[in-house]
Design a protein around this ligand. Structure first.
Ligand code: SF4
Ligand code: SF4
Ligand code: SF4
Length: 251
C-alpha cells in the first residue's frame, strides 16, 4: 500500500494549537466566533471553516494529579472512505482519492449530494456543511503543498514533533517504534488506524478518554443499519445490472 499518512504522537502534544491556526492560515479560512463552554478547547467542534481542532480533555492521573489529554482532530483519509461510498451512489467524482497521496478530496460535484448523507456516513464525524448552502468541507491533507514537496501546514508548524507526515509505510514504522518506546511507562498505550486509515494516533489511555470519535471500529461488524442498507442496495443494483448482461449473453 502506498501514498502518504500522518502519525500524530499525542504523548508530545502540548495543546498549543499551532497546527489549528496554521490550517486556518494556509487554507485562508475565516475565524469563527468562539464561546466559553467550560473547556479550554475552542472552537467546540470542526466546521465548514475549521478543518482541524485540538480537543482538550482533563482527567485525574494515576498520581491523583490532573492530566490533560490533547487530541488534534482531522479527517482520517480512510483507505475505504464511507463518505466516498455515500457520494458515489449519487454522483461519480463528488469525492475522489488523490493518486499520489491517497488523500480523500471533495469536489464541486458534491453539490449534487445531500450534505446530511455525507456527514452521517463518516464514522469520525468529520465533514461539516456550510449553513445556507449545504456545501461540505474538511481537511484536504494539504495536497496543494504536498504535491510541491512541502509538508502539510499543520505538520510544518508543530513545534514538538507531535505531527508527523510522510510515506505511509514510514509512518507505520515510526508509530510502532514510538509505541514500543512508551509501553514501559504507559502499558495501556495504543496506536489507532494502522490497518485502515491514513492518520494514526498514539494514545496512552482508552481512546474514548480523549474524544468520543478518537477511535471507531469501521470494520463490517461496526457498520450501522443505514450503512448496511446502503451497501445492500448497491449490491442489489449491481446484481440486477449483471443479470441483464448475463441474459443478453445467453439470449
Ligand atoms: S474520516 Fe470521514 S470524511 Fe474523512 S475520509 Fe474517512 S469517512 Fe471521509
Ligand atoms: S493537512 Fe492541511 S488541511 Fe488537513 S488539517 Fe493539516 S493543515 Fe489542515
Ligand atoms: S501544533 Fe503540535 S503540539 Fe501544538 S497542538 Fe498541534 S499537534 Fe499539539
Amino acid at each position: 500500500m502506498s501514498g502518504k499518512a500522518f502519525f500524530i504522537d499525542t504523548t508530545v502534544c502540548i495543546g498549543c494549537r499551532g497546527c489549528q491556526v496554521a490550517c486556518k492560515q494556509w487554507n485562508q479560512l475565516p475565524a469563527t466566533k468562539t464561546e466559553n463552554w467550560g473547556n479550554y478547547q475552542n472552537p467546540k467542534d470542526l466546521s465548514y471553516y475549521t478543518y482541524k481542532v485540538v480537543r482538550f480533555q482533563e482527567h485525574i492521573g494515576p498520581d491523583s494529579k490532573p492530566v490533560w489529554y490533547f487530541f488534534p482532530d482531522q479527517c482520517r483519509h480512510c483507505l475505504e472512505p464511507a463518505c466516498k461510498e455515500a457520494a458515489d451512489e449519487v454522483v461519480r467524482g463528488g469525492i475522489v482519492i488523490d493518486d499520489q497521496t491517497g488523500a480523500v478530496l471533495y469536489t464541486d460535484k458534491l453539490k449534487k449530494v445531500n450534505a446530511e448523507d455525507i456527514t452521517e456516513s463518516c464514522p469520525f464525524n468529520i465533514p461539516k456543511a456550510q449553513k445556507g448552502t449545504g456545501r461540505l468541507a474538511k481537511c484536504t491533507m494539504c495536497v496543494d503543498r504536498v504535491h510541491h514537496g512541502l509538508l502539510p501546514a499543520c505538520v510544518k508548524t508543530c513545534p514538538t514533533g507531535a505531527m508527523n507526515f510522510g510515506d505511509r509505510e514510514k509512518m507505520v514504522a515510526l508509530a510502532k517504534k514510538r509505541l514500543r518506546e512508551v509501553k514501559s511507562k504507559h502499558p495501556n498505550a495504543v496506536v489507532t488506524g494502522l490497518d485502515d486509515l491514513r492518520v494514526f494516533y498514539l494514545l496512552v489511555d482508552k481512546p474514548e478518554k480523549y474524544y468520543r470519535f478518537a477511535s471507531v471500529d469501521i470494520a463490517p461488524r461496526g457498520m450501522d443499519r443505514k450503512m448496511a442498507l446502503r451497501k445492500i442496495g448497491k449490491s442489489l443494483k449491481e446484481l440486477s445490472k449483471e443479470s441483464k448482461i448475463v441474459r443478453r449473453m445467453v439470449g
